[in-house]
Ligand binder design. Structure first.
Ligand SMILES: Cc1cc2nc3c(=O)[nH]c(=O)nc-3n(C[C@H](O)[C@H](O)[C@H](O)COP(=O)(O)OP(=O)(O)OC[C@H]3O[C@@H](n4cnc5c(N)ncnc54)[C@H](O)[C@@H]3O)c2cc1C
Length: 383
């Protein structure tokens, strides 16, 4: 007689969608499957800038996990994982419950690092989690008075920070006819990892939109940002796009972690210290090669993760997630154009936006339609 083993997916975001789809296609044999995640809907971050400007309605970028979990035969538990004891094979939930697992897959993403901005209090909007950001951004716009233009700053010069600055400027421009948006980033972090052509194109877009760029460090104060160059910027709202830091609860888990606290995994996405744990997406640090924390890699690792979870239960070889040498990034400019970044190549235009729009809509629809009994293949997401 075989006893069923409990397999828990922690986090219902980009990396785990392909696993749910895999289970929906072919149930895991002799397994009791759980999906533990914060909220019933997960947001596709690539469409967030377009939502801010009004090109998408909220429901167009939200994926309902309830029907997906049902199709996958997984019990949906809406709670946060707040603790992990890797030796005892238990996770602790925000409800206080301790749950045993036989196999655990971690993809709860990273946390936005807001430590140097916390003094801003209610003026601070973290870019992630995306659903909370959407609520805070809507509330900020509701507070906007048409008489006094709102001042918004974005801290963080990665792709997300640049897109959010351009989107905020476009959204406020629609409201007031002009906008007062500032982007603050240390110069070495401005579109780090992207070719010079992309940085040049982004600078031109920021200038065209009237976004003021400060190459400096920012610290939050009650009424705005104090920059390392001595400038004080009063702000009604500050968006933190400061990148991911590791979830704090990992520190006491006993799992092998990277120096900065992320889950160490090899190319097979398995923990070298605890074979019952796999992980993917923004929560990991690869031990074999550096891989950027981005939706592209979270999405593309998903099918490998699905295959390896199946192999870990039923025997069989584990696959490796080998990132392509070049990754395609498409950065929305807030006006139905976008900047393409691929290896050393860059381009800007409406055709790039059309490509991005198609990829993004196709990705969300593939999970929405799957849940509605559609037969589409898993979306390609972020190309
Ligand atoms: C504005 C913006 C735009 C972006 N655009 C792009 C882009 O164009 N291209 C690109 O490649 N990347 C982009 N990214 C990055 C991309 O969003 C992330 O790299 C990707 O979401 C990581 O996927 P993940 O599965 O690790 O985590 P997520 O997709 O963040 O999923 C995490 C899931 O876990 C849940 N969760 C969180 N904490 C817990 C917990 N403690 N317990 C249980 N559940 C939990 C969350 O609710 C969520 O469902 C963007 C990010 C932002 C902020």
């Amino acid at each position: 007689m075989t006893t069923s083993r409990r397999v828990i997916l922690a986090g219902g975001g980009h990396a785990h969608l392909a696993v749910l789809a895999d289970w929906a296609r072919k149930p895991l044999p002799d397994a009791e499957c759980w999906l533990v995640t914060t909220a019933q809907h997960t947001a596709y971050s690539g469409m967030l800038p377009g939502w801010m400007v009004g090109y998408y309605r909220a429901h167009e970028l939200l994926i309902d996990l309830k029907p997906l979990a049902e199709k996958a035969g997984a019990k949906l538990v809406l709670a946060d994982v707040v603790g992990l004891n890797a030796a005892a094979r238990t996770i602790t939930l925000s409800t206080g419950e301790q749950v045993r697992y036989d196999l655990l897959s971690l993809a709860t993403g990273g946390e936005t690092d807001i430590s140097c901005l916390a003094a801003l209090g209610g003026r601070l909007l973290a870019a992630k989690p995306v659903d909370a950001f959407m609520e805070h951004w809507s509330a900020l716009l509701d507070r906007a008075s048409l008489l006094t233009p709102m001042q918004v700053a974005i801290v963080g010069g990665g792709a997300a920070g640049v897109e959010l600055a351009l989107a905020a400027s476009a959204a406020l421009g629609r409201l007031y006819g002009h906008s007062q948006v500032t982007l603050v980033t240390p110069s070495e972090q401005f579109l780090e990892g992207h070719p010079a052509g992309v940085r040049r194109r982004a600078l031109a877009e920021l200038e065209r939109r009237g976004v003021v760029l400060h190459l400096a460090q920012a610290a939050g104060e009650e009424a705005g940002l104090l920059l390392s160059n001595g400038t004080f910027i009063p702000c009604d709202g500050v968006i933190a796009a400061t990148g991911s830091r590791a979830p704090q609860w990992l520190a006491r888990s006993g799992l092998e972690l990277s120096n900065d606290g992320f889950v160490a995994v090899g190319g097979d996405l398995r923990s070298p210290s605890h074979s019952a744990i796999f992980a993917a997406g923004d929560i990991i640090a690869r031990t074999d090669r550096p891989v950027a924390r981005s939706g592209v890699h979270a999405v593309k690792a998903g099918p490998i993760l699905a295959s390896n979870l199946r192999a870990a239960l039923g025997g069989g070889a584990l696959k490796q997630y080998i990132p392509r040498s070049r990754t395609l990034y498409l950065l929305a400019t807030g006006d139905q154009r976008a900047i393409l970044s691929w290896g050393p190549f860059s381009a800007t235009g409406r055709f790039v936006w059309r490509l991005k729009d198609w990829i993004d809509r196709h990705f969300v629809a593939s999970y929405t339609e799957r849940a509605n009994d559609g037969q589409q293949e898993t979306g390609i997401g972020y190309a």
